[in-house]
Design a protein around this ligand. Structure first.
Ligand code: HAM
Length: 415
């Protein structure tokens, strides 16, 4: 029996992969406009990195990590997200000594042991960006604007931006306590998970999917009513800067995030098109994380998008690549000439296909149709004798003669 892949771990096949390349290229282009540089981080990290940053009582750390003890008896984990690793690298390589303001982006696979379904996988891919060293809300507005710029350049209007503020170590405990008190009064209506969370992670009860919990928490106190003056001003200024540059948003005071490192601004880009998996991208500020990981006292903010979810929002057809030229050849000599022209043209930057084993003209033309090339060239004995052949522009449906010479053909194709 043939061996199959592992559940939740997907192949990305030709046809689909062109869409991914387009998403990645758009991210690189847009992020670099805003001064971001790429960083590549490893897939495996010490388990304690994620326990300390994401938080011991989060679903990710409690239930979803691919952790194992390696042959050297070290506890290691396949990264469930990128922020912790990027900050670990930022601290380890003392990037802050050159400039405390680092703007970094990354892309690659992440691993979480979740229940696979549409838009949710065990190996999934993120494209993320992080900025360190700036407390000023201009950077919050810029990061969000860059993310919206990226989606606009992909031609997507669907994911809409929701923002919230989760406060800071000064005001969050006060809110946590108010929420705990509220939830204790509703204990009998909460699901088992949320009953347990009341003491460990009460904020998570606000985004529990259970209908009972949703109803029970309808009148829950809002984090926005508990912000200290500093956090309140920061959130107001973030909103003003977003408005100044025309970045549209909605405020969602019930948005809590599944990772513990967040402070102040948090956000999600949400869509109604992907069923239960509504967040296409998400992130926020993490002003305490760098110090918690043993680095200097510097703030940070960033986001990550799920590439599978972005890809699901894009139609497939537009991204199929078409070759510039298909050469059909009849007879041994013509096939040699076609092979030689193909190689010469590829060296000049023209993409060319032939039918390697094609016998009849009919079967070669069938293959040509499959490739949907922009031009077609047909070579037989006559064309070799005349040293010219008909080059057909498949979109315009017009044909003209061209000398059987790589430079001449490349020029006609516009390369
Ligand atoms: P996150 O909300 O855990 O945040 O993940 C960000 C995005 O990754 C989600 O909005 C979703 O699109 C995608 N995603 C997460 N889990 C899966 C999955 N199992 N299958 C498919 N897609 C998934 C973070 O990871 C933070 N590190 C974001 C961040 C960066 N915050 C600050 N900087």
């Amino acid at each position: 029996m043939a061996i199959t892949g592992i559940k939740g771990f997907n192949d990305i096949l030709p046809g689909e992969v062109e869409k991914w390349q387009h998403i990645e290229a758009t991210a690189r282009r847009v992020f670099e406009l805003y001064g971001f540089s790429e960083i590549r981080i490893p897939i495996l990290e010490k388990t304690e990195l994620f326990a300390r940053s994401i938080g011991d009582t989060t679903d990710i750390v409690e239930k979803e990590m691919y952790s194992f003890v390696d042959k050297g008896e070290k506890a290691v984990t396949m990264r469930p997200e990128g922020t912790a690793s990027v900050m670990r690298a930022f601290i380890e390589h003392k990037l802050y000594a050159q400039d405390p303001v680092a703007k970094l982006y990354y892309m690659g696979p992440m691993f979480r042991y979740e229940r696979p379904q549409k838009g949710r996988y065990r190996q999934f891919h993120q494209i993320g960006a992080e900025v360190t060293g700036v407390t000023d809300p201009k950077v919050d507005a810029q990061v969000l604007t860059m993310l919206c710029h990226f989606f606009a350049d992909l031609g997507l209007t669907e994911p809409t931006l929701q923002i919230n503020s989760l406060g800071c170590p000064e005001c969050r405990p006060v809110y946590r306590q108010a929420l705990k008190d509220f939830l204790r009064g509703k204990l009998d209506q909460l699901c088992d998970d949320c009953k347990r969370r009341v003491d460990t992670n009460p904020l998570r009860a606000l985004d529990c999917k259970s209908a009972h919990c949703k109803e029970a928490t309808e009148g829950a106190p809002s984090v926005l009513d508990h912000l200290c003056a500093g956090c309140n001003d920061h959130f107001a200024a973030t909103r003003r800067y977003l408005e100044l540059v025309g970045t549209k948003y909605d405020i969602n005071p019930r948005m809590v995030r599944g990772l513990d490192y967040y402070t102040r601004t948090t956000f999600e880009l949400v869509t109604g098109l992907l069923g239960a998996q509504s967040a296409v991208a998400a992130g926020g500020r993490y002003d305490g994380l760098i110090a918690d990981l043993g680095g200097p006292k510097l703030p940070g903010i960033g986001f990550a998008m799920g590439v599978e979810r972005v890809a699901l929002l894009l139609a497939a057809e537009e991204f199929r690549k078409r070759p510039d030229l298909f050469i059909a050849a009849l007879g041994e000599e013509a096939q040699q000439q076609a092979f030689s022209l193909m190689t010469g043209l590829q060296r000049l930057g023209v993409s060319v296909e032939i039918d390697y084993e094609g016998k009849s003209l009919k079967s070669q033309m069938r293959r040509s149709d499959k490739f949907n090339s922009r031009f077609t060239l047909i070579i037989g004995e006559d064309e070799i004798a005349r040293k010219t052949a008909g080059l057909k522009d498949m979109d315009a449906g017009v044909q003209g003669d061209v000398a059987l010479d790589v430079e001449a053909i490349a020029a006609k194709i516009g390369k």
